[in-house]
Design a binder for this molecule. Structure first.
Ligand code: ING
Length: 313
């Protein structure tokens, strides 16, 4: 029985900092309806899909900062998404800012969840690679204050049995780091879901202006191919609160080929039939970790470079 999953990548255009959750959720519902109309079993939303990407500016007031976070998931504002998932029998991936209390302390994470076709939460991931800095850079045209607003994710990169395959998640900057794919690849992942908010300009590396879209697809196509997995990536795109962000949301096959891509900078859904069994030939042949990956010989290189522990030992 072929394991074919029809997946919708749901790109969002800008969300204004004054846009309320109800209006954003209505946009997400329209995308979910569209994806369901095209036969999707699963729809993938971006990182920070409920609010403007507030990491791009300084929020000095703690109450205002907390207003960008979800204090529970689900909650009344997003409940219509969970109900629609049940009604349409479609699962979804959602990125959002998570505020929780652990051992009496407020913790803040850049989080994503995977929700099944029955509307129940299957799994949660908290972003590990937080780009940017904790103190504002006044000279920059916009900020990236993720190190100020979020704690480093503390859930690792789990892989869940879901939707007939092995599904994992990462968030935005994680996609630039091969370890993120490999930790899930070592768990047999077949479908990686992610969202991103990526400015076209990186103030720290102006020489990469014009390369944003290339680097975006480069890292995900490589990660997909080198780990024999599908990758579905949804952008928050367009000019959001003065920051121009890339689009090009896409669905990438285990071959590394782009099989679907958004072509606007607004709310747009594209769908592809993802045959999860296409992963198997890559995992059993060219990227057969057990047969070809010789971790025991990596140590010398690691010791010479002083790099961290080698995965898989
Ligand atoms: N954003 C960006 C990303 O990794 C960035 C940070 C911007 C990196 C521009 C490189 C260039 O796509 C988030 N939210 O991680």
């Amino acid at each position: 029985m072929p394991r074919i999953l029809t997946v919708g990548v749901a790109q969002l255009g800008p969300i204004a900092r004054t846009e309320n959750r109800q209006h954003v959720v209505s946009r997400l519902l329209a995308l979910m309806e569209g994806a369901a109309h095209m036969g999707s079993d699963l729809v993938v939303y971006p990182e920070a899909a409920l609010t403007a990407f507030f990491g791009h500016w300084l929020v000095a007031d703690e109450d205002e900062l907390d207003s960008y976070f979800e204090h529970a998931m689900p909650n009344p504002a997003v409940q219509p998404l969970f109900e629609a998932a049940r009604r349409l029998h479609i699962g979804f991936h959602l990125g959002y800012a998570e505020l929780t209390v652990e051992n009496g302390d407020k913790r803040r994470f850049n989080t994503s969840i995977l929700v099944g076709r029955d509307g129940a939460i299957v799994g949660k991931y908290r972003k590990i690679h937080l780009p940017g800095y904790a103190e504002p850079h006044p000279e920059a045209p916009f900020q990236n204050l993720e190190k100020r607003y979020f704690d480093v994710g503390n859930l690792g990169w789990p892989v869940w049995e879901a939707f007939g395959g092995r599904v994992g998640m990462m968030v935005c900057n994680d996609r630039r780091w091969p370890e993120a794919y490999r930790v899930m690849g070592l768990q047999g992942v077949e479908l990686i879901l992610l969202g991103y908010n990526t400015p076209t300009h990186d103030p720290s590396m102006p020489q990469t202006d014009g390369l944003g879209n290339f680097h975006n697809h480069l890292v995900m196509q490589a990660g997909a191919y080198q780990n024999g997995t599908w990758v579905v990536a949804a952008a928050k795109a367009g000019l959001e609160e003065g920051v121009e962000m890339i689009g090009q949301s896409c669905i990438i096959a285990p071959s590394g080929e782009l099989v679907a891509q958004c072509s606007t900078l607004g709310d747009e859904v594209q769908v592809a039939r993802c045959d999860l069994d296409l992963c198997t030939s890559y995992k059993e042949n060219i990227f057969n970790f057990a047969r070809h990956r010789r971790c025991e010989h990596y140590g010398l290189i690691v010791e010479r470079t002083g790099a961290g522990p080698v995965l898989g030992r």
